[in-house]
Design a protein around this ligand. Structure first.
Ligand code: FAD
Length: 276
C-alpha cells in the first residue's frame, strides 16, 4: 500500500547524546512523509519543557508535531497558559490525556478525566487545535470493564476529539471489536492503531505490564526462546508486527501510529514492508 498513512511518537531525550540521535531519527522518519510526529509528556511536570523543546526540534523537519499534554494534577490556569504557549508557537495539534501522576503525588488538579480536558480545550480555544485522544482496545487498566471504558471513550469523542490513537496491542480482533462498538455508539472519528515494534523482550514485557497491554503467550514464548540473540528477536518482531499492521489495514484501519522509542530502524522496516 504505497499511500499508507503513518505517524511517529517520540519522547524527550534526557542526554546530549539522546538529543543528537533524535535529530538523526527524525530525519530518517521524516523521509517517509508521515502525517505527524508526537512527543510524550511526563504527568507531574518532569518533562514539560522537554516536550516543548522536542516538539520544536522535530518540527524543523517540516512535519507537523503534536505535544502530548495531561490534565491530572494541573489547575485550569496552568492548562490555559500551557495551551496559549503552544498556540503562540504555532502548534496546532495536541494529544490530550488525563495522564498518571507519579506514585506518592496524590491526585490534585481541577480536571479529573481526559473528557474534561477536551471540553476545556474546546471551551477556551474553540477549533484552534486538532485534538487526539487515547483509546484502549484491551480496556484501560483502571477501567471496571470494557463497557464502562468504551462509554468513557465515547464521552471524550463527544467532548470534541478529532481523532484517537490506541494503546498498543498484538491482537487485531481487540481493535476491530473496539472500533465496532464505538461506531455502534455513533462515533465516527478515525481510531488509529498504536503500534509497538518488537526489538527487546525484557523492555517489551516491562512496558506491557505497566500499561496493561497483553503480550500473547506465543509471542512471549518465542521471544524467550531467543535469549540474548537480538538478531532473531528483531527478525521475528518485524515479521509479527508487519503481519499485524497488514491485518489492521486490510480491516480498515485509517493510519498507523508507531511508538518509536526514539529509534528509527524497526518502525521503518515495518513501514517499508507495508508500502511495497
Ligand atoms: P481517561 O480517558 O481520562 O481515562 C482514564 C480512566 O478513567 C479509564 O479507566 C476510563 O475508563 C476512566 N474514565 C474516563 N473518563 C471518565 C469519567 N468521565 N468518569 C469516570 N471514569 C472515567 N501518559 C503520559 O504520562 N504521558 C504521555 O505522553 C502519554 N501518552 C499516551 C499516548 C497514547 C496514545 C496513549 C494510549 C496513552 C498515553 N499515556 C501517556 C498514558 C495515559 O496517560 C494513561 O493511560 C492514563 O492512565 C489515562 O489517560 P487517558 O487520557 O486515557 O485517561
Amino acid at each position: 500500500m504505497p499511500s499508507l498513512s503513518v505517524s511517529f511518537e517520540f519522547f524527550p531525550p534526557k542526554t546530549p547524546a539522546g538529543q543528537e540521535k533524535l535529530l538523526l531519527v527524525r530525519d530518517e522518519l521524516a523521509a517517509t512523509n508521515p502525517e505527524f510526529f508526537s512527543v510524550t509528556y511526563g504527568a507531574g511536570g518532569s518533562t514539560q519543557d522537554g516536550t516543548l523543546q522536542t516538539v520544536l526540534a522535530l518540527r524543523e523537519s517540516g512535519i507537523d508535531t503534536a505535544p502530548h499534554m495531561s490534565c491530572i494534577g494541573a489547575s485550569r490556569a496552568e492548562l490555559r497558559n500551557q495551551l496559549q504557549g503552544y498556540k503562540d508557537k504555532g502548534i496546532r495539534r495536541i494529544v490530550a490525556l488525563r495522564g498518571d501522576l507519579p506514585s506518592g503525588m496524590g491526585r490534585g488538579g481541577e480536571l479529573r478525566y481526559a473528557n474534561e480536558l477536551v471540553e476545556f480545550i474546546r471551551q477556551e480555544f474553540g477549533q484552534d487545535f486538532i485534538i487526539e485522544v487515547a483509546a484502549y482496545p484491551e480496556a484501560h487498566p483502571q477501567a471496571a470493564n470494557l463497557d464502562e471504558d468504551i462509554k468513557n471513550f465515547v464521552r471524550k469523542c463527544q467532548a470534541g476529539a478529532d481523532s484517537a490513537i490506541t494503546q498498543y496491542f498484538f491482537n487485531a480482533d481487540a481493535y476491530f471489536y473496539f472500533v465496532d462498538r464505538v461506531r455502534a455508539a455513533g462515533i465516527e472519528i478515525p481510531i488509529i492503531p498504536g503500534i509497538m515494534p518488537i526489538t527487546n523482550y525484557t523492555k517489551l514485557a516491562r512496558f506491557s505490564d505497566a500499561c496493561g497491554a497483553e503480550l500473547p503467550r506465543w509471542i512471549r514464548k518465542q521471544l524467550e526462546s531467543y535469549g540474548d540473540d537480538s538478531e532473531s528477536i528483531v527478525k521475528f518482531g518485524e515479521e509479527v508486527i508487519s503481519n499485524l499492521c497488514q491485518q489492521l489495514i486490510d480491516g480498515g484501519a485509517p493510519s498507523l501510529h508507531f511508538y518509536t522509542l526514539n529509534q528509527a530502524k524497526a518502525s521503518l522496516a515495518v513501514v517499508n514492508n507495508l508500502r511495497k
